[in-house]
Design a protein around this ligand. Sequence first.
Ligand code: HEM
Length: 165
Amino acid sequence: MTMAEVSDWLTKTPVSHVIGRTFWVVPVVQSVHILAIAVVMASIAMLDLRLAGMLGREQSMQDLTRRFYPWIWGALVVLFLTGLIMIMSEPGRELLNWVFWTKMALIVGAVLFTAPVQRLLEDVRYRDLPRAKRVTIRLCAFASLVLWVGVVTCGRWIAYAGDRT
Ligand code: HEM
């Protein structure tokens, strides 16, 4: 089955019809998606900037990950569910769009990269590390931020790419 066939099939399902015809579903779901993006990005920024030694140096990395990971995972679940509803509302707009698939790949990459990177510092104070390690950690923290910003950019960009006829 090609992606176009999957998309055609999804478009014809009753769920897709109901979502498409109920005027408030997509705006409400989009708003929840945006709120969850704010939660993920704020939490990731706190962790990555702490990792880079740029804020919250008095707080241990362990405390911060314990505090922010539940928010990140919770918001990712909300993003996944609201994303599915948006896909069902217009399957072709998403599934036949290369920016949508770039975003999905970036999400997988960002999640896989972020988790081990947050463990780099453990409970050692940033300024006690040798210079080479500080540079590596800072580069990893910025790479993680760039990946997440890439996800947001692709999310917004979906509307301007693909077959919009
Ligand atoms: C986890 C699975 C996710 C799925 C299945 C998903 C799916 C979607 C879909 C279908 C759209 C609508 C795009 C359009 O037609 O214009 C969208 C919008 C968007 N998504 Fe996601 N998304 C997910 C996670 C994320 C994450 C993790 C972020 C960023 C941290 C994100 C950021 C955005 C942004 C910025 C928009 C544009 C919102 C707007 O302008 O209304 N998404 N997403």
